[in-house]
Design a protein around this ligand. Structure first.
Ligand SMILES: Nc1ncnc2c1ncn2[C@@H]1O[C@H](COP(=O)(O)OP(=O)(O)O)[C@@H](O)[C@H]1O
Ligand SMILES: [Mg+2]
Length: 261
């Protein structure tokens, strides 16, 4: 397998006084092409900062951040990002929201529309292409954001707690939808969450982070296989043990973090 994303000995400080501190210290990680990796850790440990480095919004103080072996200098279309809020243009239809980026890049609307319709169908929004964002539920809006991010064919998708604002049922549906869309592509996914069950269902590999300074303290390779079902996952013989272990680890880190605030 080819290496898609790498952080090598990355450290970063935020220098704004009076709160100057080391947010990331000596982080090294590597994502293979097509892998689904989840970064799991307590709030404030630096998960979003890692995504911002990979997106090219931030540069490290020391170390290197690479995509396909090349140093990431700035944001680019090879690396799409999805946030907790869908950030749709309220005055554009679902279809126009999804095709907005390619049209900015001077692709003709007719050329991208067919592919956009395919993506809308894949995320279960067939028939909603001419709706306005205000006519959609929260989960549907986030599905538009998924289709929009995936349409240009990014090599990497960075997802920052994308389902954090959704209710529990919608969230499960979105997790299933994300995994099934990912299985149909060879996109590399780096997904951030503080939710242990979400991490267990989604990931090929979980990287557990600690805070102050942010470090990767543990790696868990998922034994659950490519085809998983959210309703039966908990019956897997290793599920309880792994869940217990990861919960304990994340709680330990969260408590330690509270003591350093
Ligand atoms: N631009 C910034 N300047 C100063 N501190 C920041 C900045 N961005 C984030 N932080 C701080 O860095 C830490 C890590 O932030 P973040 O990466 O957003 O954590 P997470 O996503 O894991 O919740 C937090 O303590 C946050 O307050
Ligand atoms: Mg965050």
């Amino acid at each position: 397998m080819a290496e898609q994303i790498a952080l090598k000995d990355v450290s970063l400080q935020f220098t704004a006084k009076p709160h100057a501190f080391t947010v990331l210290e000596d982080i090294s990680l590597s994502l293979q092409k097509g892998e689904f990796v989840v970064l799991l850790g307590p709030s404030g440990c630096g998960k979003s900062t890692i995504l911002n480095l990979v997106a090219g919004f931030l540069q490290p103080d020391t170390g290197r951040v690479l995509c396909g072996g090349k140093i990431i200098q700035k944001p680019g279309p090879a690396r799409g990002m999805i946030f907790q809020q869908p950030n749709l243009f309220p005055w554009l239809s679902v279809l126009d929201n999804v095709t907005f980026g390619p049209r900015l890049g001077r692709h003709r609307k007719e050329d991208v529309n067919a592919e956009a319709m395919d993506w809308l169908a894949r995320v279960g929004l067939q028939g909603f292409e001419h709706h306005a964002p205000w006519q959609l539920s929260g989960g549907m809006k986030q599905r538009v954001a998924l289709a929009r991010a995936w349409l240009p064919g990014p090599e990497v998708l960075l997802l920052d707690e994308p389902f954090g604002a959704l209710d529990a049922q919608t969230r499960l549906m979105m997790q299933e939808l994300l995994r099934s869309a990912w299985l149909e592509t060879d996109t590399t996914l780096l997904f951030v969450t503080h939710d242990v069950e979400e991490a267990l269902f989604l990931a090929d590999r979980i990287l557990v982070m600690s805070a102050k300074p942010g470090k990767i303290v543990e790696e868990i390779v998922s034994p659950f296989g490519r085809e998983r079902d959210i309703e039966t996952l908990a019956e897997h013989p290793q599920y309880s043990e792994i869940k217990h272990h990861v919960l304990h680890r994340v709680r330990q880190e969260a408590k330690r973090h509270l003591n350093t605030l």
